[in-house]
Structure formats: structure tokens, C-alpha cells
Write a protein that binds this ligand. Structure first.
Ligand code: FAD
Length: 371
């Protein structure tokens, strides 16, 4: 039975980085439960990311959300452990790709004055195995490598220590608002009654909107492939490296190098798996731009990055339902913007936009921009 309570009840659907960062902040005002379909939080996109933080990334809004998140990574509050390590980030270009370097610097140098133009010698000094036809580049000295497991665990502990509830192995299958509040039913047979549903279901976010009878956002999940290789060279001080052509990046990660063909193939929401073609492309491109002699990766995986048409997150109450909140479409930046997006989402959930500190227009993230 639904009884009137002093604190409204919030159900966060999705136990990835988006759901946890939102729920941690939302606890201040709501009795909050996170439901996650899998046995383990972070099983989908969150657990499959490249775990990097770039400030000169994507577009102005993602840039601002990232800048706002930087201090959290560098000086995390308790109970978070160390999340970030310094990581240089180097773009490399062939002579015919020089215009990509120029346009990148034109776009970003004003906002990121620490960016440096590089020549071929600078590039080879940093990564000796890069082939000589890469003669131009850019160095970003203010990127970070992130420990996603520690970050997610910090959100989890902070949430649970302050009374938040997590239910794993609970797939939401039905949302019914006919009694004036939500009855959320799970595939496992049980249900919860709540006042607000927050949709942080990653690639499944439009499916959750359909369950609620709310207009979907046209979310497109795109598969991205990751590989790990273990070359027989000393790579521990290499920067992250990405090709100006946008079809390869690689970076040192402990005892391995992680690389990706930077694929973005449309996919239905699913437990994404790597395709042979993408793995072969990644290895070919690596051989094209380095002298590394590696036959096969020792680990491969894939995950989904989910975007709406303008490439920005969707954060805010649905225009067509006062009890349905969007927190989705975090593309390839959901980890690095999670501190700012979680805080911003909770402020909007509270209906308290006056405290929104970052210089991001609420409207640019609002679901209403699509209606
Ligand atoms: C290869 C790769 C590299 C990336 N690199 C970076 C990077 O370097 N930096 C960066 O910031 N980002 C990166 N990203 C993007 C980042 O991983 C995502 O933006 C982020 O993880 C999205 O988090 P999320 O919580 O929205 O989604 P998810 O982590 O997918 O969480 C959504 C959760 O919702 C659950 N769910 C779905 N439907 C239901 C239901 N009906 N009931 C209950 N639960 C449900 C799912 O099981 C899932 O666990 C990368 C992604 C990939 C794939």
C-alpha cells in the first residue's frame, strides 16, 4: 500500500556510473533505491571504458562538465580512494592530415592554453616506435588516467553508508502510474512503489521511457571495441596516442597497452561483444602507425556508447511526465563527467536550479530540447 512519507522515494534504474553518481547526491533529499538488471553494478558500458579524462573533448558542454569534474578526480572526498593518475595525451598526424591538427588547435587552444604543437622529432621522442611519416601532432599534458573500479566503488560506498539501497539482479519490466505514483515491477516477480523514476539505464534508456509511456529521445547505442596487447618494449612512460584520422588510439595501462579502432557501429542495447573485423582493423592500424610487431591481442572486449542527436547528455525531468527523470546519453564521456553530471542531476531532481554551479545551460541538457 502507498503511504505518505516525509521524504519522497526515488528509484534509479541502472547501476552504472551515471546511476551511482546521481543516486549518491540524490540521497540528501530522497529515499533512494538503485536497481540493476545484472548481478554486478558496472557490468555494461561503465566496466568497459578506456578510463581516460580529456578536457579538450567533444564539444563545449562536455568540455565544461569535464572541467567541473577535474577537482573531484584529483582530490576525491572520503570514502573514495585514489582515482586519477597523470596521463599525457598525444595526437599524431601525417603531413596530409596537418589540417586536422590546425583545426583542433584553433578550436581548443583558447580554452586549453597548455596544448602544445609537436613535430615528428617530438613525437618519436615520446613514442620511439611511431613511424616517421607522422610529422605533426598535439600534446595535451592535462589528461588523466582514471581507475573506474575505484570510482564506482567510491560512489557505491558513499551511497550505502548514508542509507541508500541497491538491488542487483532486478530487471525493471513494467512501470505503472495509474495510482498517482509509480509501481515498478521486476522480471524476478517483486515490485517497488516510488514517487520518481530516474532513468539511468545507459543503452536501454529509451526502452525504460517506453515502459513509462514517456517519449523516447532517439538514443543510438554505438559499439566500441577494446583490445589489450603486451609488446616487448618499455612503454610505461608513453603518453596516450591517437591518430588525427580518428580511427585508432592506444595507451599504456599497467603491464599492457590498451588500444581501440575507435569504432562506432550502431547496435541494439545488448551485452556487446567484439567483432573480428574491428579487432583486425585495430591491429592493422597499429601496424600502420608503429613498428610494433604483435600478432594478436591477449584480451578483447566491446561496450556501447549511447548518443542522442546533438551528442549531449539528457538530464532533467521529462516534459511529458512530472515523475520521470532522464539521466542518460553519456556517449564516450560518462565516466569523466560523472562527478559534475551526478551533482547537476541531483540539483535538477531537487527542483533547485539556483545552486547549479557550473557554467552549463540547463536547457542544453534538458529532455525538452527534443520536443
Ligand atoms: C570502449 C569504450 C571506451 C570508453 N572510454 C571512455 C573514456 O575513456 N572516458 C569516459 O568518460 N567514458 C568512456 N566511455 C563511455 C562510458 O563508458 C559511458 O559513457 C558510461 O559508462 C555510461 O554509463 P551509464 O551508467 O550511463 O551506462 P551503463 O554503465 O551501461 O549502465 C546502465 C545500466 O543500466 C542497467 N539496466 C538497463 N536496463 C535495465 C532494466 N530494465 N532494469 C534494471 N537495470 C537496467 C544495465 O544493466 C546497466 O548496468 C567508453 C565506453 C566504451 C564502450
Amino acid at each position: 500500500m502507498h503511504t505518505k512519507r516525509s521524504r519522497p522515494r526515488l528509484l534509479v534504474v541502472g547501476g552504472g556510473i551515471a546511476g551511482f553518481s546521481l543516486a549518491m547526491h540524490a540521497l540528501q533529499r530522497f529515499d533512494t533505491t538503485i536497481v540493476e538488471a545484472e548481478f554486478q553494478p558496472g557490468y555494461h558500458s561503465t566496466g568497459r571504458s578506456a578510463a581516460v579524462f580529456h578536457i579538450a573533448f567533444e564539444n563545449d558542454t562536455v568540455h565544461r562538465l569535464s572541467l567541473e569534474s577535474e577537482s573531484f578526480f584529483l582530490d576525491p572526498p572520503k570514502p573514495f580512494g585514489t582515482i586519477a593518475t597523470s596521463l599525457e595525451n598525444m595526437m599524431i598526424a601525417k603531413t596530409e592530415e596537418q589540417d586536422v591538427v590546425d583545426s583542433f588547435l584553433d578550436t581548443w587552444t583558447g580554452r586549453c592554453p597548455w596544448l602544445q604543437r609537436l613535430n615528428g622529432r617530438d613525437i618519436v621522442r615520446r613514442i620511439p616506435v611511431i613511424r616517421a611519416d607522422f610529422r605533426a601532432g598535439v600534446l595535451d599534458t592535462r589528461s588523466l588516467g582514471l581507475d573506474v573500479h575505484t570510482l564506482l566503488e567510491g560512489y557505491r560506498r558513499s551511497f550505502v553508508d548514508r542509507g541508500g539501497e541497491i538491488m542487483t539482479n532486478r530487471r525493471l519490466v513494467e512501470l505503472d502510474d495509474s495510482l498517482g505514483h509509480w509501481k515498478a515491477s521486476f522480471a524476478q516477480g517483486d515490485y517497488l512503489e516510488v514517487d520518481i523514476v530516474a532513468n539511468a539505464a545507459g543503452a536501454w534508456a529509451d526502452e525504460i521511457a517506453n515502459l513509462a509511456g514517456v517519449q523516447p529521445m532517439g538514443l543510438v547505442p554505438r559499439r566500441r571495441t577494446g583490445l589489450r596487447i603486451q609488446p616487448d618494449v618499455d612503454f610505461k612512460n608513453w603518453p596516450m596516442c591517437y591518430r588525427a584520422s580518428g580511427d585508432l588510439y592506444f595507451k599504456p595501462e599497467g603491464g599492457s597497452i590498451m588500444l581501440s579502432p575507435a569504432d562506432a557501429t550502431e547496435s541494439p542495447p545488448c551485452d556487446a561483444q567484439p567483432e573480428m573485423l574491428d579487432l583486425a582493423l585495430a591491429m592493422n592500424r597499429l601496424h600502420e602507425c608503429t613498428t610494433l610487431n604483435i600478432e594478436r591481442p591477449h584480451e578483447t572486449w566491446a561496450g556501447l556508447r549511447s548518443f542522442v542527436a546533438d551528442g549531449l547528455p539528457v538530464v532533467g525531468f521529462a516534459k511529458d511526465h512530472a515523475g520521470f527523470f532522464w539521466h542518460a546519453a553519456f556517449g564516450g564521456f560518462g565516466v569523466q563527467t560523472s562527478p559534475a553530471c551526478g551533482k547537476l542531476g541531483a540539483e535538477l531532481l531537487n527542483g533547485d536550479s539556483s545552486t547549479i554551479s557550473m557554467n552549463v545551460s540547463k536547457h542544453s541538457l534538458s529532455p525538452a530540447r527534443f520536443t
